[in-house]
Design a protein around this ligand. Structure first.
Ligand SMILES: [Zn+2]
Length: 354
């Protein structure tokens, strides 16, 4: 499988290079795409077995869902390769090289790298949101619950949440303002007696997204199987673009996943962030320089340091699997990566200025 992926990647690179001005070909060749991957080892059945009945494991189906979409849509892998290539090209042109050790509180980890925020001239990017409530009683999710979810997104993506980094962490200077805001553009309530929607986008077929090129669509419904949510990555089919969240994990609901951070995590995927451990062991990365390499996800609320791959894991990052109250940061590297998709030629550029 790996061999096939690599050769596909090479073909895709060639295709992209031929598409552009001759002057840019040299630059394209300098963009290293050798570590790019889309398929992960986890499939839907495996993910289900791993998460059932384990309260300490956050259960996100974004990668399992991506595997399914890749199998069903042969063109998706190339599309995602192009999105990644655009991101890397933009960051290479705009970004300053990361510095080792600076600004990270004098940490001891070998992967202690400080990335600076890029200047993309986009200011605070506002994302208008449509919310589809799909339940037998669609009024069971109150406006107050919706507003609490919007408030969490707005504080988490501006780094103004009230959670504190534990003492002794080396990541004290890495939490950043990603400069995104979210505005509620509309709520659509659908009374539907279906008791469980699963993870195969069926809720999106029943209630299609509204103008997904300019709005982020969120479906709130009973997913089933203990699944908290799943999101679609940039580059996917517009008809299924958006995020699905279980109502028990949407907004302030109490419990380990009751602060609305399932949405923060899934919006991270929607904005092109991978899981912080790269959905693989130490040789798999999340394509972000200032997040340490991790060998697996972390669950619960780990005491610092939780060490894997010879360095402390950033368990408090929104893209890990820890409890809501124990995750509270994006890094500058993640910020830059999310914002790159809104720049000219990026897959969500049409959202800017709406
Ligand atoms: Zn996830």
């Amino acid at each position: 499988m790996k061999k096939l992926l690599l050769s596909m990647a090479a073909v895709a690179l060639l295709f992209t290079a031929c598409d552009e001005d001759k002057n840019e070909i040299t630059q394209d060749q300098e963009i290293d795409m050798s570590d790019f991957y889309v398929y992960t080892d986890i499939d839907t059945e495996e993910a289900s077995k791993q998460t059932q009945g384990k309260e300490s494991t956050r259960s996100c189906y974004a990668m399992a869902n991506l595997n399914r979409q890749l199998n069903e849509n042969p063109g998706l892998e190339k599309k995602m390769f192009e999105v990644e290539h655009h991101t890397r090209k933009f960051l290479a042109a705009k970004g300053k090289p990361p510095t080792a050790g600076g600004g990270s509180g004098g940490g001891s980890g070998e992967t202690d790298v400080d990335v600076l925020p890029i200047e993309d001239n986009l200011g605070i990017i506002n994302i208008p949101v449509y919310i589809h409530i799909v339940y037998p009683d669609a009024n069971s999710i109150s406006n107050a619950q919706i507003n609490s979810q919007m408030a969490t997104l707005n504080s988490d993506f501006r780094d103004i949440n009230t959670n504190q980094l534990p003492s002794g962490t080396t990541f004290v200077n890495d939490a950043t303002d990603a400069e995104f805001s979210f505005s509620l553009a509309g709520t659509f309530r659908h009374n539907d007696s279906k008791s469980s929607w699963g993870t195969n986008d069926s809720v999106k077929s029943a209630y299609p997204p509204i103008t997904p090129e300019t709005h982020m669509n969120i479906w709130v419904c009973e997913i089933g199987g203990g699944i908290l949510g799943y999101a679609q990555f940039p580059g996917g089919n517009q008809a299924t673009d958006g995020i699905v969240l279980g109502g028990d994990y949407f907004g302030n609901t109490g419990g380990a996943y009751g602060l609305g951070r399932t949405a923060t995590h899934e919006v991270g995927h929607y904005l092109n962030l991978r899981h912080i451990w790269g959905d693989g062991k130490c040789n798999r990365d999340d394509f972000v320089t200032d997040t340490p390499t991790a060998g697996a996800s972390n669950g619960g609320c780990p005491t610092f340091p939780s060490v894997s791959c010879k360095s402390a894991d950033m368990t408090m990052n929104y893209m890990d699997y820890t409890y809501d109250s124990c995750m509270y940061m994006f890094t500058d590297g993640q910020r830059n990566r999310m914002r790159a998709i809104f720049t000219s030629g990026g897959p969500r550029a049409a959202m800017v200025g709406n």
